[in-house]
Unconditional design. Structure first.
Length: 336
């Protein structure tokens, strides 16, 4: 089994955090979004993952090393390929054409999920969906009475279905997918100016490929700051349910209270503070004389004499005396 991870977008909705770090490497409960995604897919695959192909922009050598380590953490080889132009989802996947062989999962790196099933690799294709209240911002699928997908509809303004495509797909035949993606490019078949995966899926369906929906228990978006903070909250609850240890043994906690679930990274220091619930502190973070809840504080950040909630604090950033909702990028300082 292979996992194909397109992640070449610039993450503009997540600025200032994506000015220095690609959005998929922003941490959720102490691990990058893309690492959480790859680990969760590996758990439901039901068979070993031998390769993870990351489709990226020119993020630099350090980012690429980090991605290869993520692949290795699930026992796979990490492959780096580049999408130098944002020409759509189908184009992005096709950039990894050498890896499009055999059974594979395509997973876009701005979403996480909670699931309690094992992937059925005997079907030709699975499109993972989640029921949503307002389907208009999403691609959706329609089903027949047999539970098979009959139609893909991109961002319907009139109601056709409330089953939103969450951005994770299983294909039994990677070579077949590659041919259909190439067909779109060879014939310049675009939707809204880009080559879209949904067009390839529609063509495959029209040729007789049976796609079925895969249901997840919960779909977690990481599209902007508020959504990412909420995802961190839900993921901490998920890890708590699984009984995972969330506080590093090397953390130094003095005269302070943790209100779980709270993630505390290696060598973090908490002094005279109340932290939690739903807070993630990165490695070497320093919190003193503060009250934190529902927030992400990244590596080596410092929070002093502050009351913070619903916030993201970047790597090496410093916050002093700032109340409430905040989004502060890497290396910034804010004092009030």
């Amino acid at each position: 089994m292979k996992i194909i991870v397109p992640m070449a977008g610039m993450g503009k909705r997540m600025r200032p955090h994506t000015l220095t770090v690609p959005k998929p490497l922003i941490p959720i409960a102490g691990k990058p979004i893309v690492q959480r995604l790859v680990e969760d897919i590996a758990k439901v695959c039901g068979e070993p993952v031998d390769e993870v192909a990351f489709i990226i922009g020119r993020f630099g050598a350090e980012v690429e090393k980090s991605l290869v380590k993520i692949a290795e953490s699930v026992g796979a080889t990490g492959t780096i390929v580049y999408q130098d132009e944002p020409l759509g989802t189908a184009h992005a996947i096709l950039c990894a054409r050498e890896s499009l062989t055999g059974p594979l999962v395509v997973a876009f790196a701005d979403t996480l999920f909670k699931a309690d099933f094992t992937l059925d690799s005997s079907v030709p294709g699975t499109i993972w969906v989640q029921q949503v209240e307002d389907p208009r911002p999403f691609g959706v699928v329609k089903l027949n009475e047999a539970g098979q997908i009959t139609e893909f509809v991109e961002k319907p303004q009139e109601f056709v279905s409330d089953l939103a495509i969450i951005g994770i797909y299983y294909f039994q035949d990677g070579e077949y997918l590659r041919r259909e993606l190439q067909y779109l490019l060879d014939n310049d078949i675009k939707d809204k100016g880009e080559y879209q995966l949904t067009n390839a899926l529609e063509n495959m369906k029209n040729q007789g490929t049976v796609f079925v929906p895969g249901r997840v228990t919960e779909w977690l978006d990481c599209g902007n700051k508020d959504a990412t903070v909420f995802t961190n909250q839900r993921y901490l609850e998920y890890l708590k349910e699984r009984g995972e240890a969330l506080v590093a043994e090397s953390a130094v906690i003095t005269n302070s209270v943790l209100l779980p679930p709270v993630y505390v990274g290696e060598n973090a220091v908490i002094t005279d503070s109340v932290v939690g619930p739903h807070v993630s502190l990165g490695a070497h973070a320093n919190v003193r004389d503060s009250r934190l809840s529902n927030s992400i504080v990244q590596q080596s950040a410092t929070v002093l004499n502050a009351v913070i909630t619903n916030s993201m604090i970047g790597n090496f950033a410093t916050v002093t005396g700032t109340p409430d909702d905040l989004s502060l990028g890497d290396y910034n300082q804010l004092r009030v």
